[in-house]
Ligand binder design. Structure first.
Ligand code: SF4
Length: 374
């Protein structure tokens, strides 16, 4: 079995300018940091917009000017006039915000340790090496690389250069259809579960193969090159945790319960659920539920908790109870970090700035614009 001839010292942390939280910001009480965050926001006024991803804890989202999923927040970032965009999310989201905001706007990530493990499973250097293998294995095919929004800017730029595009969990099926109009095969990165669920939605489940170029026990490029959809072997550890047992247990305990899950969940969990959809779909499902309805949710636990709090008339349950996970990357955005970066901005100092290199940003933006045009 041949594996890709590429070695790298991979790290979950793409950014190496990790700043330690100053001692003075550790151990702030909730009341003190709430007052200080709001005071800093008032001082910065229209020069600041704070974006909070749905997977952030309550103590973060209550300070956000906008709360949403990564795509919604990118749109808010693009429309913001503020000089500073403080993005309470993970690195790939802040990169996307930097790409689509004006050059004179500064994007700040409160903690540089907030790096999505799934994005780290498909670094551009790895994919570049694997690309050579897969294109050599299918020399007569046009392979279109599609990357999920949950990826780094350099991978988005790579896909752009190779004629590909970006997709979200809402539009993956449309982007796949577009790709098959451009070429013969799709290489989908990095989430194999979203890719598999999309293949099923398109009726192409017999035409896909999962590929880990570095697994000596796995299929090599020649074996997967016959498939129309080649799925990179990445996954989200938060969503992969859900099992059909969890769905069965909920239905057993709450016979009237409905189940909604994110398409980053395993195929069998998506099949067992009533609805599978993006974070926006999950939120809309609960917003539109009738009072007294019971909905079990298969996604990151903070979003489930927010929905319980925002819609007390609906019986909102975490799909796997106490076993539901928070995202350990999102968790790095501690409210004390938010206090620190805001007070630094008030003092005229920019900490934890996310800045994508201009050439990379230009290419990545092409891949994003292709998605928006589809
Ligand atoms: Fe990444 Fe999953 Fe966390 Fe989202 S929930 S940031 S995909 S690890």
């Amino acid at each position: 079995m041949k594996s890709a001839g590429f070695e790298t010292d991979l790290s979950l942390f793409k950014y190496d300018n990790l700043e330690q939280l100053p001692e003075a910001y550790r151990g702030l009480s909730e009341d003190e940091r709430t007052d200080r965050i709001e005071a800093a926001k008032a001082e910065l006024g229209d020069d600041l917009v704070v974006l909070g991803h749905n997977y952030q804890r309550r103590e973060i989202v209550e300070h956000a000017d906008f709360v949403g999923d990564s795509y919604q927040l990118s749109v808010e970032a693009a429309e913001a006039d503020a000089q500073y965009v403080v993005f309470c999310g993970v690195t790939f989201m802040a990169e996307s915000a930097d790409i689509i905001t004006d050059d004179d706007q500064t994007v700040v990530l409160p903690s540089m340790e907030a790096s999505c493990p799934m994005a780290g499973m498909a670094e551009a250097l790895q994919v570049d090496a694997a690309w050579e293998e897969i294109t050599n294995a299918a020399p007569d095919a046009d392979i279109i690389p599609i990357t999920y929004m949950n990826s780094y800017a350099d991978l988005k730029a790579f896909c752009s250069q190779q004629g590909g595009a970006v997709c979200t969990s809402s539009n993956a099926h449309d982007v796949f259809k577009w790709a098959f109009e451009q070429g013969d095969k799709v290489l989908f990165l990095p989430d194999k579960h979203l890719g598999e669920n999309t293949a099923y939605r398109l009726g192409m489940e017999d035409e896909m193969a999962s590929w880990d170029p570095w697994d000596p026990e796995g299929k090599d490029a020649d074996e997967v090159a016959d498939s129309d959809i080649i799925l990179w072997d990445g996954y989200c550890q938060v969503h992969e945790r859900f099992r059909t047992d969890h769905v069965a247990a909920i239905r057993d305990e709450y016979p009237d319960a409905n189940v909604v899950v994110h398409p980053e969940c395993r195929r069998e969990v998506v099949e067992a659920a009533d609805i599978a959809g993006s974070t926006a779909t999950i939120c809309e499902t609960i917003e539109n539920a009738d009072p007294g309805d019971t909905w079990a949710i298969g996604t990151e636990i903070h979003l489930t908790n927010h929905l319980q709090r925002w819609h007390p008339e609906v019986n909102v349950l975490p799909l796997c109870g106490d076993a539901c996970m928070d995202c350990n990357a999102m968790r790095q955005v501690d409210p004390n970090y938010l206090t620190w970066v805001l007070e630094e901005l008030v003092a005229g100092r920019e900490q934890n700035v996310i800045s994508v290199a201009p050439k990379e940003a230009e290419l990545a933006n092409v891949a994003l614009e292709r998605m928006l045009e589809i």
